[in-house]
Design a protein. Structure first.
Lengths: 478, 416
């Protein structure tokens, strides 16, 4: 039998005999299964709730009585962000962003009612998800099982006899690596159970799932290599353990917390008050649609009159108030888009700072990969916000055009007792308005966004492997 | 005293101990520095409200002054409110990175405004802040473990344990060593905090409480380390056991408790309040306006003497149906708040069993950065909104013109 395999078998047997190791492993499996079940039921629950809320909001919109289209612009509509299937594995920022939005004319509202503002302080301790268990807890288990793999042999003086019997240092380390890798695989397996659940659902995307599976595989492999490297490097197993625990604390706990502070300090973000006031100021700069002498709107009015070859708004075949509303919404939406793009850019730059620290911490790189592939990162939330704004603009402009075409200017400006009735549009109109449907990104889009971080993790694995080779050579030299 | 010096010299000869304490000192300074920077940023944002707000009001005032309609003033003027960070906020940023500390409101329906958030980057908020509370709650125990896991077993493994325990005053020796390590960790963690606390003028009572709580928290971990150490396993096994305990107490059990609490206390009224309020507000356009006014006067009898509505649009009706809309969801709002408080209370109960949770709750509570503080801020916004409405009602229900000068008479939010 291959000496490496003999070493691996021996190492595994030792782990099995170590009661603490077995208990720790069993606990991890239990924790993962709990995480799989709770994250799965959490996602299903949230998805059902949001679907129900969305249906209620759509029903309310469709059930409106005869109304003036501009009333409906202010009545607006509520939309809820659906949660992708992979959120059952890694919910990412879902709890930290609002998940419902009120869409109306002239205004861009924030997404509200996120979990983070509705939960106790415990939410800041982390969330029990398969992703969290694999990112944070699994490496710790591997450290406990592997810190002594080589250091122990040396400490007890069994390393030399082993080599005297013909096993090369490479074979010994390879054997230990196989054993630890097998444990890592077993530790990762229960989380993959959750994957099986997800894969069975309609709409499951294979490319991002494959990328996530590979990413976590690489992550656990690189931890296995790092653990053996330090175990081979340190003279005593206790030193190896302390060094590994320190490394884990820095890479998994400390750096992910420090990174956002660094990013926040480097790239400032405008708050809502500043943005709202700036938008209002810019709008005033564009003109005042209520002021007949305003140059922008006077020009606009003239262009409309010219287009229809008439001299007065009363002669227009369409309702000028509706045309004006279309123009007004176009102007405000332009500003919303411009300011939103500025804010998104700043946030992207902040995230870039955090992600580049992924070069220092594989935990950050893996988290980035995981959220990107699951579609639960900032880009995913941004997709929702951008689709929401596009839908809002389309809906409001439909209503404004409806005002232009279905309500006459004479009725719209009339003030007699019956005018209110004549200004209204039939209730059937509202059912014909399209409902908001969030378009989930294609699997390839998600996978592509996550791919660079697989590269970073692969680089980490290469470095860890090279370090292990170096330590192995040194092992043979003594 | 000399014997203490010897012990200190002994401790400082260990590379691990010196390295750990140096790292802890750096982290401690960085955590307090990051917290102070964040609080300064928030103070800066609050101080920066006045200037653009003044320009905004001036522009609106110039425009409203043409018609002098108080309704237009009420509709277009957003009034700023803010929640200034407490002197202690630097130590525990708590929820202040995800819940707004600046919110502008106008005299329309508050339920459609009060749940709005501010702009924040969710990916930055996800891992939590790097502040004093993180250092103390999460990192300090790891340093305690590093310094205490081999306090006894290390001597045993070096073959000195029996000799040491045979010496007179052996108990005092272990006590001295533990106290020295504790004192150093405590000093390194607390020194930057105390300097910043004094500089920020944190009330003495809060500082004293935090000093006591921090000491108790460290002693808890030290006791755990000594307990594990007494079981007679090797230093290595002790380190592994303690690191496992740290993982379970600070990460696994709190996240499990979070899931359990959110399951036990479901909250989905939030968006339902917004939906219901919107229905009620918009339904006002479908019913006789007098019906709305009757409902409004029932809760605001002081304005019922106002002249009846004419055929034209009047803003007093507009503001009235917004207010009636708010009042129609008052019960749901109470239930929502009660749900939030119940979740918070449940977490505090968990804190009695899990020291990390208890300490975090204490710190954010003292710093006024927890859920309770967020709700208190909302109460202040509600009170301000009431004043604001009454101010505009005073013009609208008596048909008093609202001129440029009247903008300055609007109530101002009293920042904490």
């Amino acid at each position: 039998m291959n000496p490496a395999l003999l070493v691996a078998r021996d190492e595994l047997r030792l782990m099995r005999r170590n009661r603490v190791a077995v208990i720790a492993f069993a606990l991890l499996v239990l924790l993962t299964l709990t995480a799989v079940v709770t994250a799965w039921s959490h996602r299903q629950g949230i998805d059902a709730l949001r679907t129900r809320h969305q249906a209620a909001a759509d029903r309310a919109f469709d059930a409106q009585p005869d109304r003036h289209p501009h009333r409906v612009v202010h009545y607006g509509t509520f939309i809820f962000r659906p949660l992708g299937l992979l959120a059952a594995f890694d919910p990412g920022v879902d709890a930290f962003t609002g998940n419902s939005m009120f869409l109306e004319g002239h205004r861009q509202n924030t997404a509200n009612f996120g979990d983070v503002r509705q939960s106790s302080l415990l939410i800041r301790f982390g969330q029990l998800t398969p992703a969290f268990v694999l990112q944070a807890v699994a490496p710790l288990l591997l450290i406990f099982l592997g810190y002594g793999a080589i250091a122990r042999e040396r400490e007890r003086g069994t390393l030399r006899p082993l080599m005297l019997q013909g096993a090369s240092s490479g074979q010994i380390v390879a054997g230990k690596l196989v054993a630890l890798g097998l444990v890592a695989l077993l530790a990762g397996l229960p989380a993959m159970l959750g994957f099986a659940l997800i894969a069975g659902q309609p709409g499951a995307q294979s490319a991002p799932m494959a990328l996530i599976a590979i990413g976590y595989g690489v992550y656990l492999a690189l931890w296995s290599a790092l653990i053996l490297f330090l175990s081979a490097l340190m003279r005593r197993s206790r030193d190896a353990l302390i060094a590994l625990l320190a490394l884990w604390a820095v890479l998994v706990v400390l750096l992910p917390r420090v990174a956002p502070d660094v990013a926040g300090a480097m790239v400032p973000l405008s708050n809502r008050l500043q943005t709202d006031i700036a938008i209002a100021r810019d709008l005033r700069g564009l003109g005042d649609s209520h002021d007949p002498a305003d140059p922008h709107f006077a020009r606009f009015k003239q262009s409309v009159l010219d287009r229809y070859g008439v001299t007065r708004v009363e002669e227009l075949p369409v309702n000028y108030k509706g045309i004006l509303a279309v123009e007004g919404e176009r102007l405000t939406s332009d500003l919303f888009d411009r300011y939103a793009a500025r804010s998104f850019d700043a946030q992207v730059r902040q995230n870039d700072v955090v992600h580049s620290l992924g070069l220092l911490s594989p935990a950050i790189a893996l988290r980035t990969l995981s959220m990107a592939a699951a579609g639960t990162d900032f880009a995913g939330h941004r997709r929702f916000l951008e689709q929401a704004e596009a839908y809002r603009f389309d809906l409001v402009q439909r209503l404004n055009r409806l005002q232009a075409n279905a309500v006459s200017y004479a009725d719209d400006t009339a003030r007699d007792a019956d005018a209110d009735r004549r200004k209204r549009v039939s209730e059937q109109t509202w059912q014909a308005m399209p409902d908001f449907r969030f378009r989930q990104p294609a699997g390839s889009t998600l996978a592509l966004a996550a791919l660079p971080w697989l590269g970073v993790l692969a680089a980490w694995l290469l470095v860890a492997a090279a370090a292990l080779v170096f330590a192995t050579r040194r092992l043979g030299g003594r | 005293m000399r014997i203490w010096m010897y012990e200190a010299r002994l401790l400082f000869r260990a590379r691990l101990a010196v390295g750990a304490l140096a790292l802890l000192a750096v982290l401690s300074l960085a955590a307090v520095g990051a917290g102070l920077a964040e609080v300064a940023r928030q103070h800066g944002a609050i101080a920066a409200i006045a200037e653009p707000q003044k320009q905004d009001i001036a522009a609106i005032a110039a425009w409203v002054d043409k018609d002098k309609d108080a309704g237009s003033a009420a509709y277009y003027t957003f009034h700023p409110t803010w929640d200034a960070p407490s002197p202690l906020a630097f130590a525990a940023i708590g929820m202040r990175d995800v819940s707004p500390y600046i919110l502008r409101v106008r005299a329309l329906g508050l339920e459609a405004q009060i749940y709005d958030g501010d702009v924040f980057n969710p990916e930055l908020a996800l891992p939590g802040r790097f502040d004093f509370s993180f250092l103390l709650v999460f990192l300090a125990p790891l340093f305690v473990i590093a310094l205490f896991h081999d306090l006894i077993s290390g001597e045993r493994e070096a073959g000195r344990a029996r000799m040491l325990s045979a010496l007179p005053g052996a108990r005092r020796l272990w006590f001295r060593r533990a106290l020295l390590r504790f004192g150093l960790v405590f000093a390194v963690i607390m020194a930057p905090f105390l300097v910043a606390a004094i500089w920020s003028a944190v009330p003495v009572g809060s500082v004293a409480l935090i000093v006591l709580a921090a000491a108790a928290y460290l002693l808890f971990w030290i006791a755990l380390a000594l307990l594990v150490g007494r079981l007679g396993a090797s230093s290595t096994a002790n380190a592994a056991t303690l690191a496992g305990a740290w993982l379970v107490l600070t990460l696994v059990l709190p996240t499990l408790a979070h899931v359990a609490i959110n399951q036990a206390v479901p909250i989905d009224q939030g968006s339902e309040i917004a939906l219901a309020q919107r229905e009620k507000v918009n339904a006002a356009w479908e019913i006789p306006r007098e019906e709305t006014m009757r409902q409004f006067y029932a809760s605001h009898p002081q304005w019922s003497g106002s002249p009846p509505l004419g055929p034209d649009f009047h803003y007093k009706w507009y503001l009235a149906f917004h207010q009636v809309g708010d009042e129609s969801v008052a019960r749901q709002v109470q239930a929502y708040k009660a749900g939030l408080k119940k979740r918070d209370a449940a977490a505090r109960t968990v804190g009695w069993a899990l020291p990390p949770v208890g300490l975090q709750a204490l710190l954010t509570g003292l710093a006024g950065t927890d859920l309770a503080a967020q709700l208190a801020y909302q109460e202040r916004i509600r009170a301000f909104h009431r004043d604001l409405r009454e101010f505009y009602y005073g013009y609208l229900f008596t048909d008093r013109p609202f001129a440029k000068a009247d903008f300055a008479k609007a109530p101002r939010f009293e920042g904490s």
